[in-house]
Design a protein around this ligand. Structure first.
Ligand code: LLP
Length: 427
């Protein structure tokens, strides 16, 4: 048994397990992750791009030791962006040479750890960082492979906070000002660095391939200039992550095969036109792999109908386990998961237990009029950037992640306890 289905009694099951049983065993709120779905999506991305390309799972979307192990077992590489993600990836058994390390402000200590571990790629993001990585590598007597992160100047059609390729933001080195080329030139001059390629990431939750195509064209343009001006042909291009997923039924995301086809075609075409050997392509999907594989299960507490407005349905979590609605105006759907109801749906807002009015999980939802305390609600597509962005706001312990596979459920990240929270406090 696999996947999420609803029985004739209205009860949702995942991987053959009834959500009521999950709630009884693990408590609520709980992130329920379908491990087979995760693995299937990893394989889909790997198969779609084939052996001539590399797929890096972006760990920022959601990482744990178990996840790092699955990613490794499914033959993907892993993208990390902090020392903490790096440690988790290594603890999960990810071979260091298959890790790429990103970030706009990696500390010297983090760089030392990464170089020491032998990470395969460090993506350099500033002129200062080029010097820092070179120094660290030189001190260790190694030649570190790096990519230069290029700001291609694309306006991705997504929320401002998650768009990253327009010029006025913190990431990368701009193509238009010549800084990206200058960065590549500086890396090439440093003996402790090996410049293997260029990197671009245009943003997140993107549906339209047009932005990626412009990015690919511009990155190849820089490859050509590097050959013409500096006599080097770089062997790799990384086009980043950012592929969108369906949060509601209105969304129609691209599948891995159409993404792979579009990116491979444009890179091949542009390189052939420029007389360049076609470089090895890599991509870094995070959300597209893990996002759809999990849902959050909440228990309903207070139900407050506001005359002439809507019904406020309070659940036992909120913005501490899903900040995305408050932060990005993200849209989610929600469903009554623990029983059937014949009652007409009424307009509701699903809110959390936190002490602010912006604590909204699902802004607009139709739920049965007889919704009551104790009912279980499932909010789908919470696998990406929910647990990883979770906080302890209001001293709320963070929920566990339970992985379901072949009719068995197991905790891969345990629930925080109040003891965990108090452990950090000093009188
Ligand atoms: N590669 C790089 C260099 C990135 O910066 C990111 C995401 C990814 C790959 C993966 O992007 P994805 O495929 O998951 O879209 N917290 C926000 C998303 C922030 C994305 C940051 N970088 C959200 O919840 O929507």
């Amino acid at each position: 048994a696999g996947g999420v289905t609803r029985g004739a009694d209205g009860v949702v099951t995942v991987g053959g397990i009834d959500v009521r049983a999950l709630a009884a065993e693990f408590g609520t709120p709980v992130y329920v992750l379908d491990e087979n779905d995760f693995r299937t999506r990893c394989r889909a991305w790997r198969d779609a791009f084939g052996p001539g390309a590399d797929v890096f799972y972006a760990g920022k979307a959601f990482l744990s030791r178990a996840v790092a192990r699955w990613v490794n077992e499914e033959g993907l590489n892993l993208d990390v962006c902090t020392g903490g993600e790096l440690v988790t990836a290594l603890a999960g058994g990810m071979p260091p040479e298959r890790i790429a390390y990103h970030g706009n402000n990696k500390s010297v200590a983090e760089l030392e750890r990464a170089v020491e571990a032998g990470v395969g790629r460090i993506v350099v993001d500033s002129f200062q960082e080029i010097v820092r990585v070179a120094d660290v590598a030189a001190r260790r007597g190694v030649r570190q492979r790096v990519l230069v992160r290029v700001t291609v100047g694309v306006e991705a059609h997504t929320h401002e906070f998650i768009a990253t390729a327009h010029e006025d933001q913190k990431f990368g080195l701009a193509l238009s000002t010549g800084e990206a080329e200058e960065a590549a030139r500086r890396v090439l001059k440093l003996g402790s660095l090996e410049l293997v390629g260029l990197h671009s990431h245009i943003g997140s939750q993107i549906f339209d391939m047009a932005g990626f195509e412009v990015a690919a064209r511009r990155v190849v343009g820089l490859l050509r200039r590097l050959r013409e001006e500096h006599g080097v042909e770089l062997p790799e291009i990384d086009l980043g992550g950012g592929l969108g997923i369906a949060y509601t039924s209105d969304d129609d995301p691209p599948d891995p095969w159409s993404v792979a086809k579009a990116l491979t075609e444009i890179v091949t075409h542009e390189c052939e036109a420029a007389g360049l050997a076609v470089p090895r392509l890599s991509v870094e999907p995070g959300r597209a792999i893990v996002g759809p594989t999990a849902f959050t299960l909440y228990e309903v507490g207070t139900v407050k109908p506001l005359e002439g407005l809507r019904t406020y349905v309070s659940v036992d979590g909120g913005m501490s386990d899903n900040i995305r609605t408050a932060l990005y105006d993200a849209e989610y759907s929600v469903t009554l998961a623990s029983r059937a109801s014949d009652e007409a749906p009424v307009l509701c807002r699903v809110v959390g237990k936190h002490c602010e009015s912006g604590d909204i999980v699902v802004r607009d939802a139709y739920l049965p009029a007889d919704l009551a305390a104790g009912d279980l609600l499932a909010v789908p597509a919470t696998g990406a950037y929910c647990r990883s962005l979770a906080s302890n706001y209001n001293y709320v312990p963070r929920p566990p992640v339970v992985a379901v596979r072949d009719g068995r459920a197991r905790v891969i990240v345990r629930r925080e306890t109040e003891e965990d929270l108090l452990r950090l406090d000093i009188d």
